[in-house]
Write a new protein. Structure first.
Length: 100
């Protein structure tokens, strides 16, 4: 039983890191859009490229479902809500089923 607690705790921690990385990616994209951060910098370009490649496959299905809102992209917020639902729901489901 203690192993399951550790696994659930690890999953919860990784999901929290995912939320933070998504927030950093969104803020970084705003800074690039308002020309505060220059994409000519190699480090910035590498971070943005890595985050784009990581998050775009997760955001693509959400963007297909959401209506076009003009210049506003609500897909990252929806992804954060889904991650939070999993983060909070997984321990609750395991407790209800008696596995924890």
């Amino acid at each position: 039983m203690n192993t399951l607690y550790v696994v659930v705790g690890l999953i919860t921690m990784v999901l929290q890191w995912l939320i933070w990385a998504l927030v950093i990616w969104a803020v970084l994209s705003w800074l690039i859009a308002f020309n505060v951060v220059n994409m000519q910098n190699g480090f910035v370009r590498g971070v943005v490229t890595a985050l784009d490649r990581f998050f775009n496959p997760m955001l693509r299905p959400i963007r297909r479902i959401l209506p076009d809102m003009g210049g506003i992209d609500l897909a990252p917020m929806v992804l954060i809500l889904v991650i939070m639902l999993i983060q909070r729901g997984l321990p609750a489901i395991l407790l209800d089923t008696g596995l924890m």
